[in-house]
Design a protein around this ligand. Sequence first.
Ligand SMILES: C[S@@+](CC[C@H](N)C(=O)[O-])C[C@H]1O[C@@H](n2cnc3c(N)ncnc32)[C@H](O)[C@@H]1O
Length: 328
Amino acid sequence: MPFRVKSLETIRSYTAKHQLENLNLKKSYFLRFLRNVNIVESAPLRQKNEIVPTMMAITDDEFARLRGLVYDRFGINLTKEKRSLLVGRLQKLLKATGFTSFKSYYDYLSTDKTGKALDELINRVSTNYSYFYREEAHFDFFKKNALPAIIKKQTRLNSKDIRIWTAGCSTGEEPYMLVMLMMEYLGINYNGWNGGVLATDISNTVLEVAGKGIYPEDRTSKVPAGLKKKYFICRDNSQNEVVDRVKKEVTLRRFNLMNKEFPFKRPFHMIFCRNVMIYFDKPTRDALILRFHRYLEPGGYFFIGHSETIGRDQDLFKYIMPACYQRI
Ligand SMILES: C[S@@+](CC[C@H](N)C(=O)[O-])C[C@H]1O[C@@H](n2cnc3c(N)ncnc32)[C@H](O)[C@@H]1O
């Protein structure tokens, strides 16, 4: 039975609020569930005689090739359940650019030397959903425990460096939130520190959005009122813009986490890689976790998404709280 979605944003904010986004529920169960909480209506999607846009067909071989390419280049594991998602995300591009089959698109991808084709691909294939204060227990821990501990340690070492990296920062909500909390904690002393946040992502589309720092109301609704008043400017159409003094503390860079070497001179005090590794398979996650370990200071904090785990039977990190570890 088809359903009519009341509003995509309603679903997004509901699933985010109740942390349902990463549960991978079977679509039919999920829709039934959303109908029960009155988020979708059970009504036919289309009127009789209405023209229904057709999904472009993808053969097993075409899917296998594209899947292999996405995995090799970006680490993203498109399981067979993601097949229609892939078609859905790419068919508009294919139609707009005149490709009549996924085979011809794949040939273009493999022969394009400019890198533009792969850029377009990752911009479409990656899932970039994010919002301010997501998984707020981490931000509370950051403010009350992790940041004070690092500041204490650095003060003892007579250093003014705080090195934080958000890997897979998407549209910037996570790094901006961290800067706001650092500014709150350090107050007028913030400028005396070499703080800020390095924020990286593979998708240039999301980095452009992050650079602008302008967000619709639903992305900022979880920010405590006091912080919102202080660190955002309310623009027209319920858009909230991060103030410049926060923006300039975030260094945005394009970076593929699949790169074998990380180009950093000094290890970080904290790494946030939240809701990114969920798209990778276990061998990719394990290899990446080893690299994160190498680029964290001993005692440095490692935050991952709440639906992710690095397991407790390893001797690289100490478990601190759900989805938060400390480098041993
Ligand atoms: C769902 S967002 C997570 C955003 C934010 N960390 C959060 O928790 O709200 C996942 C991000 O990971 C990025 N990503 C996926 N594969 C990547 C890779 N190989 N290298 C760097 N970033 C990647 C995507 O482009 C996307 O913006």
